[in-house]
Every structure is written in structure tokens, then in C-alpha cells.
Design a protein around this ligand. Structure first.
Ligand SMILES: Nc1ncnc2c1ncn2[C@@H]1O[C@H](COP(=O)(O)OP(=O)(O)OP(=O)(O)O)[C@@H](O)[C@H]1O
Length: 220
């Protein structure tokens, strides 16, 4: 489904060059649940951003569904990203001035869908994460765990094949973290491919495979 071949990434600022990833070979199969682990600064978020086409490698190739991403025009990369991936972040990234339902509907605004259909899809995504009764609340009226569930609803509303989660339980206590992991596991059981960066060994072992990164390289 997603294949990285010989991928390296260097960040350059005026004075400093950081080799964030070096010669990464990684295949993520359809319907896998992969955890990415490793010490702070080893390149996990960089790897997740490359997998999700949020960034481009310095060298090497990334292919989605067998097609090298570099062969697409920019607008088609954006389209591929929006239809293939849903993103979840440690700090939720919800818009506090928008109601929960409007936050969830946001990714659909870029698609040519009737308003009623968009609203129905957003409602169904919220029901799926157990927040059907909270649609008209604002994010800051919800607990951290509930806010992350809204973020998951926003990530799945466009029915992506792949869910990318960057430390999704990092800001949550253990009970709320468990609720979020239960939802990710349920989505995986239903056929969604999940790639999750985590520092939590327990969460990582809920996945079908753990990929370990050290100093920008994969370790066996
Ligand atoms: N935009 C950037 N500009 C310059 N350097 C960067 C940038 N983003 C990341 N880096 C550097 O690249 C390396 C890898 O960073 P990355 O965020 O991928 O690590 P990480 O494993 O996700 O870390 P953490 O667990 O602390 O979130 C680090 O040395 C970081 O300082």
C-alpha cells in the first residue's frame, strides 16, 4: 500500500544541517496496524509526515498503491493525500471557535459534496466515536479524551484508507488514552490501515507490528 525506498531527509537552516532520516526502507501493507517507536528527536514525526505526503524526501522514493508519488503533479499529490490519509495529532488541533460538528465537517469542504451529505457524514463520524450527543458543543466544553475523539471523527469523516496518528494518547490520562486506543483498534478491525507514533510501550504493543527508529534509521 505504501512503500518507502532508500528515503533520506535532511533539514537545512542557515547554520545547521540535520539528517533526520537516512536510507529508510519500509513497506506498510493494506490493513496493517504499525507502531513507530524511538527516542525523542530520532525522526518519527518526520517519517510519519513523509508517509502522509505532508513533506517530500530529500532522496529516495515513496509509492502509494504502487505509484511513485514523485510522478504526480502537486495538485494531484494534494488530492491523493486528502483522499487516502486521515491525520490525528497529540494536541488535537481542533478549532475552538467552531462547534464540534463543524470541526468534523471541515475536511469535506474541499470536496464537491452537497451540504446535507457533508452534515450526515460528520454526524455519522461523531456517532462512531461515541460523541453523537456532543455535536453542538465547542471543543473547550469537552474533556481531552473527548477532544481527541472529535479529532478522530474529523480524521475518518472522509473515509480514508490510512489513519496516521502522531502520539494520539500523549496528552491523555490512561483511562482516556485507553478509550482512544479502543477506537483506533476498532477502525483497524474494520479494515483501516493505522500508522501510529507513540512513546507508550503498552499502546505500541496493541499494533500488529512495531517499527523502531534510532538516529534516523530503522533498527531490526
Ligand atoms: N522543520 C525542521 N527544521 C529543522 N530541523 C527539524 C525540523 N523538524 C525536525 N527537525 C529535526 O529533525 C530531527 C528529527 O525530528 P522529529 O520531529 O522527526 O523527531 P521525533 O522522533 O518525532 O521527536 P519527538 O519524539 O521528540 O517528537 C530532530 O533532530 C529535529 O530537531
Amino acid at each position: 500500500m505504501i512503500r518507502l525506498h532508500n528515503v533520506s531527509k535532511t533539514y537545512r537552516t542557515d547554520k545547521v544541517e540535520t539528517l533526520a532520516l537516512k536510507d529508510i526502507d519500509l513497506h506498510i501493507a493494506k490493513a496493517e496496524f504499525v507502531s513507530i517507536m524511538g527516542p525523542s528527536g530520532c525522526g518519527k514525526s518526520t517519517l510519519l509526515n513523509l508517509i502522509g505526503l505532508l513533506d517530500v524526501p530529500g532522496s529516495g522514493t515513496i509509492a502509494v498503491g504502487g505509484q511513485p508519488v514523485a510522478s504526480y503533479q502537486d495538485k494531484h499529490v494534494a488530492q491523493l493525500r486528502n483522499t487516502t490519509f486521515g491525520f490525528i495529532f497529540q494536541s488535537f488541533h481542533l478549532i475552538n471557535d467552531l462547534r464540534v460538528i463543524d470541526n468534523v465537517e471541515l475536511p469535506l469542504l474541499y470536496r464537491d459534496l452537497p451540504a446535507k451529505r457533508r452534515r450526515r457524514m460528520a454526524r455519522e463520524a461523531l456517532e462512531k466515536v461515541g460523541l453523537g450527543a456532543r455535536m453542538d458543543h465547542y471543543p473547550n466544553q469537552l474533556s481531552g479524551g473527548q477532544q481527541q475523539r472529535v479529532a478522530i471523527a474529523r480524521a475518518i469523516v472522509g473515509q480514508p484508507q490510512v489513519l496516521l496518528a502522531d502520539e494520539p494518547t500523549g496528552n491523555l490520562d490512561s483511562q482516556m488514552g485507553r478509550e482512544v486506543m479502543d477506537i483506533l483498534l476498532q477502525l483497524h478491525r474494520e479494515g483501516t490501515t493505522v500508522v501510529m507514533v507513540t512513546h507508550n510501550e503498552h499502546d505500541a504493543h496493541l499494533a500488529s507490528r512495531i517499527v523502531r527508529v534510532f538516529d534516523g534509521q530503522l533498527v531490526a
